[in-house]
Design a binder for this molecule. Structure first.
Ligand SMILES: O=P(O)(O)OC[C@H]1O[C@H](O)[C@H](O)[C@@H](O)[C@@H]1O
Length: 529
């Protein structure tokens, strides 16, 4: 289906931008945000084709099915309703004929009461009011709250929040060093409450606390959809916050998995975050496709990955506080759309979703932008920037940040011709062969595509909108690719083999059946002193 589009990928972006009104025409605005995709080689004809692809893949019908609680995660037999977690002012949402909203609102109210108790010092540790919170979780039980807590640091007025995810003991050791167990609250966050990294870290944290506190379990809370297992771990039910199987791990920061964020910024700002997500849901459900930000973000993504054949895309937030957003989007996008078969189990006849990577600007500029500007692989860039920062006394910093962001997209598009490079070298005093040689290195091919998402300021509401925007983008791309964006079977094999490997490494089993490379690595580990 991409052939007709592939034939149309040769346009020069700078030429397209000479068309009157292209910038506004190839942009979508919503509630103080502007998504500009005019610096891509997408022509009007290409866009029309992309929109017809969305229509023929029944994106609107699938969207309605998701919001209606149908079991669109077919391989796990589950509904996909993370949107219900932010549906504060909406109507009922039914799964199997049951309205889930009373349960969602009740859990939110419990989280809020607990967060206020902690923040206001009514819930205390053995040594007094809680000063520090450690969230122990991994993947979807880690990346969202960690990303969001860092993103919204100007709104922090609660305890300090720390995040431990890796089973590497270095992670928890570095976190615990310097913390007082008597004023620390530990949240064990795991949807399944079986994830080996999380359970190992949770036990280590409990042992650490037990050395200083008579009743360590009293300073533990749990977030999980396996409440029987939280009880086995010894966490009292009043500090267990559950969620249902219709919330996928990487879509879960809107519910109890967001507890550390709520503790940091307070329930009111957490609600503003939820309302931002709900506003994006409303927009996604009602705006016509061409004015629909998630739909156009998705179609631009597919244009680059499937029509142009660019294998990766970079997400480049010009916001240091969004430094974990690329990692968050990696899970959201690659765990969702990195699949090899269709919903029916047939091999995909095209590429799956692209590799997603990135770093905040301006740091990336001094590292990998070299390749983006002059490498032979084209990397579509998704820039993101707030017009205003949070530091009124540092506006000159923010102005420079924005200037860099805008300049990068311009430079990528414009490039620098050989004639321009020659002129520059002439001015610098070069001549003859040396001038030619030097000039060649200073040519930028240009015509490198980028999009920019620009907004006023990174508030809790804005963050909610951005996260929901990308969630729906992933959904639309998944529907068009015909895959299930809501399972993650690809993580299972490694987990199973790690379980097998542990007794081999310890010497309890010999590992004779393993391949030569693996046996060699095992021998190295066993031989290390
Ligand atoms: O929340 P948990 O059950 O501990 O799962 C944590 C993470 O690990 C799994 O392996 C999945 O790849 C992720 O989707 C999930 O978010």
């Amino acid at each position: 289906m991409w052939e007709a589009l592939t034939a149309d990928t040769g346009a020069r972006i700078s030429e397209l931008l000479k068309e009157e009104g292209r910038a506004a025409d190839f942009s979508v605005s919503f509630d103080g945000m502007l998504f500009d995709y005019s610096k891509t080689a997408m022509s009007k004809e290409a866009r029309a084709l992309l929109l017809s692809i969305a229509q023929s893949h029944r994106v609107e019908e699938r969207r309605a099915a998701m919001f209606a609680g149908e079991k669109i995660n077919e391989t796990e037999g589950r509904a996909v309703l993370h949107t219900a977690l932010r549906n504060l002012d909406g109507g009922p949402v039914e799964v199997d004929g049951q309205d889930v909203m009373p349960g969602v609102l009740e859990t939110l109210a419990r989280m809020e009461a607990f967060a206020e108790d902690v923040r206001e010092g009514r819930f205390t540790g053995a040594g007094g009011p809680i000063t520090d919170v450690i969230n122990i979780g991994i993947g979807g039980s880690h990346l969202g709250p960690e990303m969001g807590t860092r993103a919204l640091s100007p709104y922090h007025d609660g305890p300090r929040c720390h995040f431990v995810s890796n089973v590497d003991g270095a992670d928890i050791a570095d976190c615990l060093a310097g913390l007082d167990p008597r004023t620390t609250l530990v949240i064990v966050a795991s949807k399944t409450f079986t994830t080996i990294e999380t359970m190992t870290n949770a036990e280590t944290a409990r042992a650490w606390m037990a050395k200083a506190v008579d009743d360590p379990a009293a300073q533990f809370a749990a977030v999980s959809s396996a409440e029987d297992k939280t009880a086995d771990f010894g966490i009292a039910p009043e500090r267990v916050f559950g969620f249902e199987d219709w919330v996928g791990g990487r879509y879960s920061m809107w519910g109890p998995i967001g507890l550390p964020l709520m503790l940091a910024i307070g329930p009111e700002d957490f609600r503003a975050f939820l309302k931002g997500g709900a506003a994006m849901d409303g927009h996604f459900r009602t705006a016509p496709a061409q004015e629909n930000m998630p739909v156009m973000l998705a179609l631009t993504g597919l244009w680059h990955s499937h029509a142009c054949g660019f294998p990766t895309r970079a997400v480049l937030p010009y916001d240091q506080r969004l430094s974990r957003l690329p990692a968050y989007f990696q899970q959201l996008e690659m765990e969702s759309n990195g699949k090899r078969v269709t919903m029916e189990g047939d091999a995909l006849s095209e590429q799956s979703g692209p590799v997603v990577w990135g770093e905040p600007g301006t740091n990336g500029q001094h590292a990998f932008y070299q390749l983006i500007h002059q490498g032979t692989q084209v990397v579509p860039c998704e820039f993101m920037v707030a017009a205003k920062g949070h530091e009124p006394e540092l506006t000159h910093h923010h102005d420079l940040l924005v200037a860099n962001c805008l300049a990068q997209s311009e430079a990528l598009m414009r490039g620098r011709t050989l004639a321009e490079a020659r002129a520059q070298m002439e001015t610098a005093g070069f001549e003859g062969d040396e001038l030619e040689r030097q000039a060649a290195h200073r040519v930028f091919p240009g015509n490198r595509p980028s999009t920019t998402l620009i907004y006023d300021r990174l508030t809790p509401r804005r963050l909610g909108q951005i996260v929901a925007l990308y969630e729906h983008r992933v959904f639309v791309e998944g529907v068009i690719l015909g895959i299930n964006s809501f399972d993650q079977w690809g993580v299972e094999l490694g987990k199973a083999l790690a379980k097998e490997m542990a007794p081999i490494l310890s010497g309890a089993e010999d590992g004779a059946g393993k391949d030569g490379s693996t046996r060699q690595l095992v021998a190295f580990v066993r031989g290390a002193t």
